[in-house]
Write a protein that binds this ligand. Structure first.
Ligand code: ADP
Ligand code: MN
Ligand code: MN
Length: 363
């Protein structure tokens, strides 16, 4: 979709909106129900609830037309929304909330695109290992024409080099959006742990975590929703495409940092090495759920490994999995799976990692 300049300018007017945000809601709250659609995008709709929310059980099950989101056929289109987590709403403020939902069918089976369900079963069964995940979400901002933000119309900026963690006009594009998103995530009590400008101009990263088990996927999905929503106010598009511009421009990933209780304890490097052994035997299965178009990104160049072959190494950014030098020296900590693409589903990534390290669970 290409936005015209007129559409972009009419995207929203937050100064006008401010006046209405201050209005008394007379005891009712607005709950924005967020879910994942058939294309791996976010959808949402909102509902009035007559009292403040103090538990996820205060949020009723709801539904939507799955035939309009690529999630259900027209003749059986009802898809049900089951709230699983809620966060303070950084857009509407007050007692209003953002609600992360799972999608379910009328026969009480999970919707085809509900990847959270199976992942949560694995996390529950392996709760004793205390899995922590920290995900590094890379993304690219696009101007209304669909070209990276700040790039010359129909042209390219100077080669990569000055942009990573860059400062100054001509080096960074879209910092207002990045800062607004950071603050909005903190307001929402999402465990955002940092942000930085990336190697390709117009490309950015933020990190969510370390989060325990299934809450990683919940928080990462909500942070994506917030990013789209913030960028919408600026008339800017967000893409999670892993190789938004072909050629000598870095792709975008979703590096996944992982640890268990055993890895964090004294001598935990043994558990990390055992994990490498297990990961090496299921490389192809992991790549299947590590994002679409990932082969365009994983060329072996631009700080990526080969798409087809598993490798790991200390301090090696060209390996599938990197063990940080400090971790190797201390003999305990975590590992970084560098394979997932920026558009991968965090529920699927964290789920398959638990499955590979701990075995399957019936559920
Ligand atoms: P880099 O870019 O060098 O890979 P980042 O700082 O961008 O590193 O991301 C590393 C992430 O690792 C942090 O944001 C944090 O969430 C996560 N992390 C740190 N310690 C652990 C741990 N013990 N287990 C899981 N994740 C961790
Ligand atoms: Mn990083
Ligand atoms: Mn990284």
């Amino acid at each position: 979709m290409v936005l015209t300049t007129r559409q972009a300018n009419s995207a929203s007017n937050t100064a006008n909106l401010k006046k209405y945000l201050d209005l008394d809601q007379k005891g009712s709250i607005i709950a924005e129900y967020v879910w994942i659609d058939g294309a791996g995008g976010c959808r949402s709709k909102c509902k009035t609830i007559n009292k403040p929310i103090t538990s996820v059980d205060d949020l009723p099950e709801w539904n939507f037309d799955g035939s309009s989101t690529g999630q259900a056929p027209g003749d059986n289109s009802d898809v049900y929304l089951r709230p699983v987590a809620y966060y303070p709403d950084p857009f509407r403020l007050g007692d209003n909330v953002l609600v992360m939902c799972e999608t379910w069918m009328s026969d009480a089976t999970p919707n085809k695109f509900n990847y959270r369900h199976d992942s949560a079963v694995l996390m529950d069964a392996n709760a004793s290992h205390e899995f922590w995940f920290g995900l590094e979400q890379e993304y690219t901002l696009l101007d209304p024409s669909g070209w990276p933000l700040g790039w010359p119309t129909n042209g390219y900026p100077a080669p990569q080099g000055p942009y990573y963690c860059g400062v100054g006009a001509g080096k960074v594009f879209g910092r207002d959006i990045v800062d607004a998103h950071y603050k909005a995530c903190l307001y929402a009590s999402i465990q955002i742990s940092g942000t930085n400008a990336e190697v390709m101009p117009g490309q950015w990263e933020y990190q969510i975590g370390p989060c325990v088990g299934i809450s990683q996927g919940d928080q990462l999905w909500m942070s994506r929703f917030i990013l789209h929503r913030v960028a919408e106010e600026f008339g800017v598009k967000v893409t999670f495409a892993p190789k938004p511009v072909p050629g000598d421009w870095n792709g975008a990933g979703l590096h996944t940092n992982v640890s268990t209780k055993e890895m964090r304890e004294e001598g935990g490097i043994k558990a990390i090495e055992a994990a490498m052994e297990k990961l090496s035997t299921r490389h192809a299965e992991h790549m299947e759920v590590y994002g679409e178009d990932n082969q365009l990104r994983m060329t072996g160049a631009h700080e990526t490994a080969s798409y087809d072959k598993f490798s790991w190494g200390v301090a090696n950014r060209g390996a599938s999995v990197r063990v940080n030098r400090a971790v190797a020296e201390e003999g305990k900590g975590y590992f970084e799976d560098r394979r997932p693409a920026s558009n991968a589903d965090p529920y699927q990534i964290t789920g398959i990692i638990v499955q590979t390290l701990c075995g399957n669970v019936e559920g």
